[in-house]
Each structure stands twice: as C-alpha cells, then as structure tokens.
Write a new protein. Structure first.
Length: 318
C-alpha cells in the first residue's frame, strides 16, 4: 500500500505520470491543483482512487500518506517542498528542484533534520539504456572522459512558463539539470570549472539558448548546447580512450522503444540494443525502494551536487 500527493496538476503529471502510477506500486492518489485551475478528466488515467484538493495548502494539511511530488511552476518548487518537509512528508521535486543553491542546501538540511526522503526527479537516469552505456565501457575496460550533449528543441507556445522570468523560466533552468546530472552520473564528481555562453535571449534578458563547457577532475569534460530555438535533438556522445558510444533519445524516450546505441571500439562499429522502460515508473519504483530502506544519503548528495554545478553555471555566464 503506497499513497502519493501531487502538488500541482501539471501537464507532466497528467500525461506522463498518471498512467503509470499503479505499475509503479501506488494504490491511492491525491492531487492538489492551484486555485482557479479547472479540473479535467485526465486524473482518471491512473485507474486508482483519487482525492482532489482545490489548492496546495489544503492538500498538504489533509494528506497523511507516503510521498509528496511537487510539480508546481519552477519558482515555487522550493516553497512547497519546504512546506511538505515541514509537514513531515517525504518529498520529490520536479527538476529544477530549486532555483538557487541556498534553497537546495536549506531543503536538504531540513530533510536530514526530520529524517525524510528528498529527491529531484532526474528520471532519465533510471532508464536501462544508462546502465547499458556504463556496462559497455566497463566490458571494454574503459571509462568516459568526454561527454558531448545536444538537447535543443523548437519554440514552445508563447504563453509557456519557460518564457516567463517570474515563474523560473529560461533554457538554463529548464535544461541545466540534464547537463549537470550527466557529468555526475558518468564522471562521478562535481565540475571544477564551468564556462557558459548564452547565444540567444528574449528582450527581457531571459536565456533561450546557450552553450556549456564543464571540466571535471581527472581531465574529464562535458561540452553541450541547449535551448528552445532549433530542430529537435536529444543526444549524448561519450568518448573514452578506446570506446565511443552515441545515444539518441537519452533524456526522453518513448516507453516501448528499444534504443540502439552506436558503439565504436578499437575502430570496430557495432550496435547495442537496450531494453525499453518508462522513466517515471522506474524512478517512482526506486523512490519507494529507497523509502523502505530508510537510507537517503545518496538522494541528498545528488541534489546538492547538481545544485552546486548549476550554481557554477549561473555564476559563469558570458
């Protein structure tokens, strides 16, 4: 028996998370929307009992279950994560978990004080293709030393929150969690040096497109380009000493897609097929496993490392 409260009835919750909740192990669902937002029928996709609240605070005041998932606009993630933790509730936050390093540090400190789970939903890391990439390098007695990332997409609708400074929008806030978590996952450390060049801004100065270079201990490097004004590309190319792996659709991938990794080892080209998987289902299953174990240190460290790396990006924009 597991129950979850969503703070925020977002498009992500409706389209990506509702349909997989039963498979992930949940038996009861609560949803708190923002005041004034109309209800639709999308919550019924979960096929589970659903309790609905017409504002966030009433949901928090009433919920007595296992886990809260904060899916509000970026600018209020930290506020409602703090309220959730103060209410004694284990908490997941949509990426970006916070807009500032200070907020991340305070939330982790609060979670530790109350012995509560706190995680940022960088869900793509749970997909089997990530494990497969690591295994290819291990089998070849190699390891990535350069990651080249491209994650860009066509423009969104003009009223999308990503174009609003007040809501925590911008390309950096939206995509930096992917950049910094790739480095953490494959290099096992925080960056030592960061350079960020914003190549396109709105008239109000909000970043729309940027390039990034992050240097890691041991001569490892991440180079990337991210933004909202190109044709869609979602790709990472990892280079080792004698092994290269190219992965398309690394950050978002259809649930039923068995991906194909392009591998070049000792100048021999091969294709490695990976199992399919639903990122959100796998992430939430793992969150329930971690809750049962009671060991939250890795989740705390991951959030802090990524917040520190993102802070370095923000402080090194040119």
């Amino acid at each position: 028996m597991a129950s979850i409260l969503f703070l925020g009835y977002s498009n992500l919750v409706k389209g990506r998370i509702m349909p997989i909740l039963a498979k992930a192990g949940f038996t009861e669902v609560s949803i708190a929307k923002y005041e004034g937002q109309p209800w639709d029928e999308e919550y019924k996709k979960c096929g589970l009992p659903v309790t609905r609240y017409d504002n966030y605070d009433s949901g928090l005041a009433s919920f007595k279950g296992d886990l809260v998932y904060v899916s509000t606009v970026n600018s209020t993630h930290a506020e409602y994560a703090r309220k959730s933790l103060e209410a004694g509730l284990n908490t997941i936050i949509d990426k970006p978990a916070t807009l500032t390093l200070k907020d991340a540090e305070e939330l982790v400190a609060l979670a530790k004080q109350k012995s509560l789970f706190l995680g940022e939903s960088t869900v793509y890391l749970m997909h089997p293709q990530l494990t497969a990439i690591k295994q290819i390098f291990a089998d070849n007695e190699d390891a990535p030393k350069l990651a080249t990332i491209h994650f860009t997409m066509p423009p969104f609708q003009p009223n999308n929150f990503r174009y609003q400074k007040s809501l925590g929008g911008g390309a950096i806030m939206d995509t930096a969690p992917y950049a910094v978590s790739v480095g953490r996952y494959f290099f096992g450390s925080k960056p030592e040096r960061v350079e960020c060049v914003v190549s396109e801004r709105q008239t109000d100065g909000l970043d729309i497109e940027y390039s990034l270079m992050m240097s890691y201990p041991g001569g490892k490097t991440m180079i990337g380009h991210f933004g909202f004004n190109t044709e869609y590309i979602n790709q990472v190319h990892l280079m080792g000493t004698r092994t290269n792996v190219l992965c398309n659709r690394i950050f978002t991938i259809p649930d039923t897609m068995e991906n194909e990794l392009m591998v070049n080892h000792l100048n021999q080209i091969s294709v490695a097929k990976t199992p399919s998987g639903n990122n959100f289902e796998l992430y939430l299953k793992d969150a329930l496993r971690v809750l049962k174990s009671g060991n939250y240190e890795k989740a705390y460290q991951d959030m802090l490392w990524d917040a520190e790396a993102k802070n370095m990006i923000i402080n090194n924009i040119k």
